[in-house]
Each structure stands twice: as C-alpha cells, then as structure tokens.
Write a protein that binds this ligand. Structure first.
Ligand code: NAP
Length: 290
C-alpha cells in the first residue's frame, strides 16, 4: 500500500481526501489519500515523514504552502515564482515541490468560463498565497493589466514589486483597499477575482463580500476562488447585477488533477473527482450553498 495526503491546518476541512480517494479507487490504485492535520511547529516532522518509501507525496494547503518551500530538495519554476508549494513528490527520498494552483486557475477560467485572459484587464482582491498564484497565472496568460487590491496595502505593493520584473507586457498595479480604488479600477476591467478568504464558510466574514458590490458591472466575469459555500455573497450579488460568475470548485479539482497526474502517471478522472467533491460539499453545506 502507498500513501498520499494533504498537509493542512488542524481542524480544517479539506475536500482533497474525498475527491482524490474517489479518483484513486476509480482507477483501482492501491493508494490511500489521507488528511494530515499539522500545526506550524510540526511541519518539519511531517515533511521528514514524506521521505518514507511508502509515501508518494502530498498536497499542501493553508497555512503551510509558503513555510514548506525551503524544506524541499528541488522546486519547479512555477513554485519558485509563486513562492508557494501545493504539491510534493517523493522521488526516492528527495522531495520535489510544485505549484499546480496556477494551472488549475487558468484551466478553470478557460474551460469552465470560456474566458481567455490574454489582452484583458483584471482586478484581483487579495495578496496572499492565492493572490500571488493568480497574478503569476495572469502574467503567464499575457493579461494586459492586473490591479491588486488588498486589505494590507503593503502586501499588495510587495507582490506587485516582486512580480513586475517578470510581468513582460502585463502592467501590474497595487491600490489601497478604499472605495475609490475599487470604483476606478472596476470600470474598465473584464475579470474580477476574489483571492481573499472573505465569504468562506466558517469564518466571521462568511456572509460578506470582499469588494463593494455596486462597482460590479454586467460586462465583468466574477471569479471567486472560495468553494465553500458554492455560492458566495459576492457571486450571488454579481449574478444579480448581470455579471457572469465562476466559483472556486473547478480550480480546486484541476489543481488536484494536476497533482494526481504527477504522483500516479495516470490521467485524473475529472468527472469522478467533481462528483465526489460535490457530494462532500453538499454534506458540509446542507443548506444548498454547496
Ligand atoms: P492567505 O495567504 O492566508 O491570504 C488571505 C488573503 O485574504 C489576504 O489577502 C488577506 O488580506 C485577505 N483577507 C483575510 N481576511 C480578510 C478580511 N476580513 N477582509 C479583507 N481581506 C481579508 O490565504 P490564500 O492561500 O491566499 O487563500 C485565500 C482564499 O483562496 C482562501 O479562501 C482559499 O480557500 C482560497 N483558495 C482556493 C483555491 C481553489 O482551488 N479554489 C486555491 C487556493 C486558495 P491581508 O493580507 O490584509 O491579511
């Protein structure tokens, strides 16, 4: 028997064990995928355990994606640029760190929303790990401009400062989290992405929106990375204002599918993964929100 797992915060609910195990079982692979809740001071011990021959690798989620990076023996370019690892592969005791969030974000945007960010103007709420992966993805896809607005302005300016040298023809801007910033940048934008945790189930901001709702116009695609609940306040308000909407579930599945392929060498059964994740979401959010 071989093992995989997701390294997450103690007490956190991850959907990865549900949809990854369903995919492994569907292909009759003798691999168990577990949740590995880990406190910050237990991360080094957890990482040491990944070197065991029976462990194929791991996913990594909040709050460990950045902290685990220096513990890797090798990194791919995307993980290095984003500064975060969400997938670890154990190659004969050597740990290789990858980041499949960038690929998952773009695949969902193109495949599920039919939106190509090339040459388009994007507004990104949030400058944490997900915000950084999204800005890297939008640069990779040659977006015309990306404006980052974050509660902590210094984090937005740091992100933009670090990624500008890699941005090619994409213009990057950071603005403070004030109504005037949202209004000025929303007017000309084609894509608005929520990369904050505002709207997530189980947080104090579960019923709130990370952006002022009256700045949303009908020509914008609103992409909320939050997947629980399946319909956030931001998404329902955007729909009411005539905007198109994409939730976080497809990105979650596609980043996991890319990890699955790396560990097993097999193509991930996407439909099985979606079905298992939707079932788990319905249990986690019985009101119908997910
Ligand atoms: P993170 O590194 O902890 O960053 C959190 C972000 O949310 C920061 O920008 C933070 O602003 C902002 N924030 C938190 N509380 C806020 C509040 N009350 N008001 C305004 N802004 C607030 O987390 P992350 O890894 O970037 O993840 C962010 C979200 O994306 C999470 O909900 C996560 O589940 C989701 N996500 C989804 C996928 C997917 O596959 N769908 C993948 C990755 C992440 P400050 O900098 O000011 O603290």
């Amino acid at each position: 028997m071989k093992y995989l797992g997701v390294i997450c915060a103690p007490g956190a609910k991850s959907l990865s064990p549900d949809f990854q195990q369903a995919a492994l079982d569907h292909l009759r692979l003798e691999i168990v995928y577990e949740a590995w809740p880990t406190p910050a001071d237990g991360l080094a011990t957890r990482v040491a355990g990944l070197r065991a021959p029976a462990v194929l690798g791991a996913n990594v989620t909040i709050p460990h994606k950045e902290a685990i990076l220096p513990m890797m023996d090798a990194l791919d370019d995307v993980a290095r640029t984003v500064g975060a690892v969400n997938t670890v592969i154990n190659r004969e005791g050597q740990l290789h760190g990858h980041n499949t969030d960038v690929e998952g974000f773009l695949r969902a945007l193109r495949q599920d929303a039919g939106f190509d960010p090339g040459g388009r103007r994007a507004l990104v709420a949030g400058a944490g790990g997900a915000g950084r992966a999204v800005v890297v993805a939008l640069i990779q896809a040659a977006a015309a401009s990306v404006t980052v607005i974050n509660r902590s302005f210094s984090r937005a300016t740091k992100l933009v400062g670090e990624l500008t040298p890699l941005a090619g023809d994409s213009e990057l801007h950071a603005l403070p989290d004030m109504y005037a910033s949202w209004a000025a940048s929303a007017a000309g934008c084609d894509l608005l992405v929520n990369c904050t945790s505002v709207g997530s189930a189980g947080t104090l901001e579960e019923t709130e929106s990370p952006v002022p709702l009256d700045i949303i116009h009908s020509g914008v695609l609103v992409y909320d990375l939050v997947y629980l609940p399946a319909e956030t306040r931001l998404m329902s308000a955007a729909r009411n204002r005539g905007a198109r909407v994409l939730g976080g579930l497809p990105m979650l599945i596609y980043q996991g599918a890319a990890s699955f392929q790396m560990w097993t060498g097999r193509e991930a059964p996407i439909d099985i993964m979606f079905e298992a994740a939707r079932k788990a979401l319905a249990i986690a959010s019985p009101k119908g929100g997910g």
